[in-house]
Design a protein around this ligand. Structure first.
Ligand SMILES: [Zn+2]
Length: 270
């Protein structure tokens, strides 16, 4: 397929690169579908082609079966510039990232089952547990629920988009961004893998959190690990072991005996 030359990519790009974004969205859509991160018509993908053009998946299409001609080009207001049918219902969410994050050139949205399970339980993925996740994403916050496909989702996301490359959407799914589509997609895989590990660790008695000093070392070594972090080292740190030290856990029996003791003392005083 040869895209229309009036669209918004850099005119000095080699001709063959003009097709690459169309093909890349179809390829990443297949990965997303085959790995079960989005089933049926779920999820959506987009790429920034230039200052005022965005390539996005159509509404309701299965991401595992996309063809380049299914994709639509829209402008920053969401108006269709070329392509047939409707753009993704989550277009406002994609546009929010492009407006607030000049460094983001791709957005990936999916419903990966374990990470979405955390989002459905009202749980963020903010603990300092896995070095890979700390280096690549810092912490993964939870945006409060908003009706999918509306500006409510954007309102809930707005305060988080500037500081995070991966965000859980309450009772909904996950959204990630990146300097290119593969990076945005790999961030989605990382979120789901982390959620699976956390689920297993919690079933086995709870994860051990890393201390702040170790988290700091990982953040400072980002460049050495080959991670370009546009958020810089100022990205919010995940919850470390120190934050957990103030928490005390009682067994039911211990708690009941404390209560009985307190009631007994209170009665004795009267
Ligand atoms: Zn969704």
């Amino acid at each position: 397929m040869t895209p229309d030359s009036k669209l918004g990519w850099q005119e000095d790009e080699p001709a063959r690169s003009k097709d690459k974004y169309w093909n890349e969205i179809c390829r990443v859509g297949r990965w997303m579908y085959e790995r079960g991160l989005a089933v049926a018509g779920e999820g959506n993908l987009s790429v920034r082609l230039g200052a005022d053009r965005i390539l996005i998946t159509p509404a309701g299409a299965c991401k595992g079966m996309l063809a380049p001609e299914d994709l639509l080009v829209i402008d920053p207001e969401g108006e269709v510039v070329s392509g047939k049918g409707q753009p993704s219902s989550e277009t406002p969410m994609h546009l929010l990232f492009y407006r607030m994050r000049p460094d983001a050139h791709a957005v990936c949205h999916a419903h990966p089952p374990t990470a979405t399970g955390f989002a459905a339980a009202g749980r963020a993925l903010e603990e300092a547990v896995l070095p890979e996740v700390i280096v690549n994403l810092g912490k993964i916050p939870l945006a409060p629920y908003g009706t999918p496909g509306t500006w409510e989702v954007c309102a809930a996301l707005e305060r988080l988009v500037e500081r995070h490359d991966a965000i859980l959407l309450e009772n909904h799914g996950v959204v990630t961004c990146g300097p290119d589509l593969r990076t945005a997609y790999f961030r989605m895989e990382t979120v789901e893998q982390f959620a699976r590990v956390m689920f297993a660790a919690e079933a086995l008695g709870g994860p051990h959190l890393l201390p702040r000093s170790e988290v700091q070392k990982l953040i400072e070594a980002r460049t050495r690990y080959g991670v370009t972090c546009p958020r810089g080292n100022s990205a919010e740190l995940p919850r470390t072991a120190e934050a957990m030290e103030d928490r005390i856990t009682f067994r039911r029996q211990e708690l009941e005996s404390f209560l009985e003791e307190a009631i007994r003392k209170d009665r004795a005083r009267r």
